[in-house]
Design a protein around this ligand. Structure first.
Ligand code: NAI
Length: 324
């Protein structure tokens, strides 16, 4: 089998000045991609800016024989998104791959989430996907080719305490990934997402007790498990998943893969067979809750139409009610 290459492909990786994004950029460049290394160089909570991280990663790529330029646009603004995509187009003439990776944390208990803790988190994780992906999408549609890899999180899919802002944002990333996969299908644009687990500054922060003394940021059992394996969580082990999803040979779209420490698996949304009664009452829900929740024979609808078809089949299978 030949190695997968990205020659003549142009990739934008947001938040690539450190953490996971740096490894995504290094791997794509080592396989021939021309890379725009974007990073605003701010703190974990999104304060400040510094060109040094993006510049250093782009330099590292060039020193290793690759092709890369640094970009310090703020992806959380429409102007920043436009500027980033324009930089790719003016430097390399096209955009084939977009890895939406930039992220910040502003943890707090739900009751303490002020607009200052909410808006920047939604801006970087959700709105940035519109600000950057839309201009990139135009270029991808024109050329009839594109690969977008978004970054969601187990918190957005499964929940977690102290992270309502982040969980809401990452849940939105999952939903947007599904919608874009459908809209991209006819243009040969594939859109998938990863839910990574890697020892970056973000994870290290989550493994410490909260600054306000309210206790562990993660559930104690999760915290203990994570602390035991943290040295195995090399961010470079997440990048092969991103790179495959960004490759021309990637056969899937609209899917979410969890990746960490060398393990990769798929998350999906399942639907139980459920319970049906044409005159459903509150008591029916109470009395049939186990049946409603029973995972035996669950399905994974590919789209809302398939889900609706399941309902229609159930309705059609019932004997017609005789109405007086
Ligand atoms: P990190 O903090 O090391 O890297 C994030 C990078 O994004 C930073 O270099 C930062 O400067 C950059 N960034 C932030 N706001 C930006 C903006 N407005 N414009 C441009 N760049 C910006 O964190 P890490 O862990 O590498 O996170 C990468 C992605 O993975 C994030 O989306 C994060 O939410 C996600 N993630 C990480 C997990 C982990 O275990 N490390 C778990 C689940 C999700």
């Amino acid at each position: 089998m030949t190695n997968l290459r990205f020659d003549d492909k142009v990739a934008i990786v947001t938040g690539a000045g450190g953490g996971l994004g740096k490894h995504h950029a290094l791997l794509l460049a080592s396989r021939g991609a021309k890379v725009i290394v974007n990073d605003i160089g701010g703190s974990l909570s999104g304060d400040g800016s510094d060109a040094a991280p993006a510049v250093a990663v782009a330099r590292e790529i060039r020193e290793l024989g690759g092709d890369a330029v640094a970009n310090t646009s703020n992806v959380a603004t429409p102007e920043g998104g436009e500027a980033l995509v324009n930089a790719a187009l003016s430097t390399y003439g096209r955009v084939d791959i977009l890895v939406n990776n930039a992220g910040i944390l502003r943890d707090a208990l739900f009751e303490d989430v002020t607009p200052e803790l909410l808006d920047p988190v939604l801006d970087v994780h959700v709105k940035a996907l519109f600000h950057v992906t839309r201009p990139a999408w135009h270029a991808m549609r024109k050329q009839g080719y594109g690969r977008v890899v978004n970054t969601t999180s187990a918190v957005g899919l499964l929940g977690g305490t102290n992270k309502s802002n982040y969980g809401a944002a990452k849940g939105a990333v999952a939903g947007l990934t599904r919608v874009l996969a459908m809209e991209g299908a006819e243009h040969n644009i594939k859109v998938n997402a990863i839910a990574p687990i890697a020892a970056t500054r973000m994870l290290t922060h989550s493994l410490r007790d909260a600054d306000d003394g309210s206790g562990p940021r993660l559930a104690p059992a999760t915290m203990a498990m994570m602390n035991a394996v943290v040295d195995k969580l090399d961010p470079a082990l997440v990048s092969p998943v991103v790179a495959f999803l960004a490759h021309e040979d990637c056969p899937v779209t609209g899917e979410i893969y969890t990746a960490g420490a060398g393990q990769v698996a798929r998350f999906f949304t399942g639907r139980t067979e459920g319970y049906y009664h044409p005159q459903l009452s509150i008591e029916d829900v109470r009395d049939h809750l186990s049946e409603i929740r029973d995972e035996t024979g669950y399905t994974i609808p590919a789209n809302p139409g398939e889900e609706m078809a399941q309902l229609l089949r159930t309705i059609a299978a019932q004997p017609q009610l005789v109405t007086e």
